[in-house]
Design a protein around this ligand. Structure first.
Ligand SMILES: O=C(O)CCC(=O)C(=O)O
Ligand SMILES: [Fe+2]
Length: 518
């Protein structure tokens, strides 16, 4: 029967759903977001099944009650014509039968409401699992990602809402409620100026919505608009907003707003980036060079190199020299799609975790998730050899590879890769990170450039291409010109693999010169 088989299906769905072990943060990684997508799909499917079952039950119930009503009506008709009709054995039998059998059937039908119980169980289980589902902090993290996109790519709230990102239209448009929720969260984060943009947009989008509830919705938006104007010190506009609110809804309790203001807590707005490089960083992220060339840059050069190592005799390295001092090179097609697939498969064997800055600090400066891959697999050994051949360095002191994956607005703000903590002295044979070898393990639909703000350099991620630069001068002092960043991802997934090579044992590979500034 329908109910039984679909009940089994529902149960299977549920067990699949709760079989997923989900921990950690979602918004900072596209992989984790995919798990959420699967969860939502399970819920939609379970709800759909439940609805179909309910509809079938309603149909059964309604045809049952129609039949009984017909029988009862014809019996009543007879009763009116013939007072003694119930004394007729057949009629008496039919009434008794209806009460003993038919209504019992109905009971049976209603008992099938275990469907509802199953569905309820799903929702209860979800409640119990709430720890692993996204929470308010996650929502705020995702919203901060959107705000970063606004900041770095000069997007207005309506650009984002229309999916009009970086001059290209995507199909993810936001409705008035989404805009309102973003406004509320920004308001809660004390980001009043940004919140205002979103409330104004929510109000505009609400104008296009027709229905009974629009007044109630508009009241909500205006309430927050008024509060936001108050926080921004724009008392006249706040007053006008409140007056408008009261003209629609004179019964509206303005005490609500008063109470909100009375209980407001000191808030800590999102830290503004005050670095002197921020505007250059933003410009380069947009794929625009800086207006005046601030560096002694020569024009980029592309060439095929078969001499770097015997490996490249038959298949030369495709090199693009994007900067000379410090040297920043891109090597194209270092790994092919199959090799990248193997690396990504290896990385799924580990639970990824939120990347930190300086090992311990998790901040919005770096929003991504990562795993570390050692060199025990054939593909990782091959790649280590390749990196050694390309960089010319001894790989004994290379770190294992960090595979990072950026989620909504994921980024890594300007930073240096060297630690500068005189590691050479502390670990004589290990040293500091002499070079970064970063391979793009995916293309990125929009955004996610790697930029060097002091060098007027931006690099668009291209799957299989490896960017390499030296973080240290030949003297082994940190080279501050290597300041670099991973720009926020607008659309798509950005995956990179980093191998940092340390300076220990590289004395003969990259010897120092007589000039300590080189
Ligand atoms: O994502 C990028 O383009 C840069 C990443 C980076 O600089 C790092 O992981 O140290
Ligand atoms: Fe870096």
């Amino acid at each position: 029967m329908l109910s039984q088989s679909s009940c089994i299906y529902l149960c299977l769905l549920l067990s699949g759903f709760f079989g997923i072990l989900v921990t950690g943060e979602f918004y900072s990684s596209i992989d984790k977001m995919e798990i959420l997508g699967e969860m939502e799909e399970t819920l939609v499917e379970a709800t759909h099944i439940y609805l179909v079952q309910q509809q079938q039950q309603f149909q059964l119930l309604s045809s049952f009650v129609d039949r009984i009503r017909r029988e009862h009506a014809s019996a009543s008709e007879m009763h009116e014509q013939n007072e003694e009709y119930l004394e007729q054995p057949l009629q008496a039998f039919r009434l008794i039968k209806r009460l003993v059998i038919d209504w019992k059937d109905l009971n049976h039908l209603l008992a099938m409401n275990e469907l509802k119980a199953n569905y309820r169980n799903l929702l209860d289980e979800m409640d119990k699992e709430v720890e692993v589902l996204p929470n308010l902090e996650e929502l705020q993290g995702a919203i901060k990602g959107l705000v970063r996109l606004q900041d770095v790519y000069n997007l207005t709230a309506s650009d984002l809402a229309d999916g009009n990102l970086n001059g290209k239209k995507t199909d993810s448009a936001l409705n008035w409620r989404d805009c309102f929720e973003i406004g509320v969260q920004l308001y809660e984060m004390a980001e009043y100026k940004r919140a205002l943009q979103w409330f104004v947009l929510a109000d505009k989008l609400l104008d296009e919505v027709h229905g009974d509830n629009t007044l109630k919705m508009a009241t909500e938006v205006y309430e927050y608009l008024a509060l936001t104007y108050i926080e921004l010190g724009e008392m006249n506009t706040a007053q006008e907003t409140l007056t408008k609110l009261l003209t629609w809804n004179s019964a509206h309790p303005t005490q609500h707003i008063q109470a909100h203001l009375d209980h407001r807590m000191p808030k800590c707005p999102i830290k503004k980036e005050d670095s002197e490089y921020f505007s250059d960083y933003v410009r380069l992220c947009q794929g625009k060079r800086l207006p005046e060339i601030k560096t002694n840059q020569s024009s980029p050069r592309c060439y095929l190199d078969s001499n770097q190592h015997a490996y490249f005799k038959l298949s030369p390295l495709k090199v693009e020299q994007v900067n000379l001092a410090p040297d920043i090179n891109i090597y194209y097609d270092v790994l092919n799609d199959n090799q990248i697939k193997s690396i990504l498969e290896l990385s799924t064997e580990f639970e990824s975790f939120r990347s930190s800055v300086n090992k311990y600090n998790v901040t919005d400066k770096r929003v991504s998730q990562q795993v570390w891959l050692n060199y025990s697999s054939p593909i990782m050994r091959t790649y280590r050899q390749l990196v050694g051949a390309i960089s010319g360095f001894n790989m004994t002191n290379a770190e294992i590879m960090q595979v990072a994956n950026y989620g909504i607005g994921g980024q890594y703000e300007p930073h240096h890769d060297f630690s500068g903590a005189n590691l050479a002295a502390r670990y004589a044979n290990f040293g500091d990170r002499i070079s970064t070898n970063m391979i793009y393990l995916s293309d990125v639909q929009q955004g996610g450039y790697t930029v060097f703000p002091t060098q007027n350099v931006f690099v668009k991620p291209i799957k299989g291409a490896m960017v390499m630069w030296h973080n240290l001068l030949r003297s082994l002092d940190g080279d501050r010109r290597t300041l670099h960043a991973g720009c926020p991802v607008i659309e798509g997934t950005k995956r990179i693999g980093n191998i940092w090579i340390h300076s220990g044992y590289q004395e003969f590979r990259r010897p120092c010169t007589l000039n300590s500034k080189e």
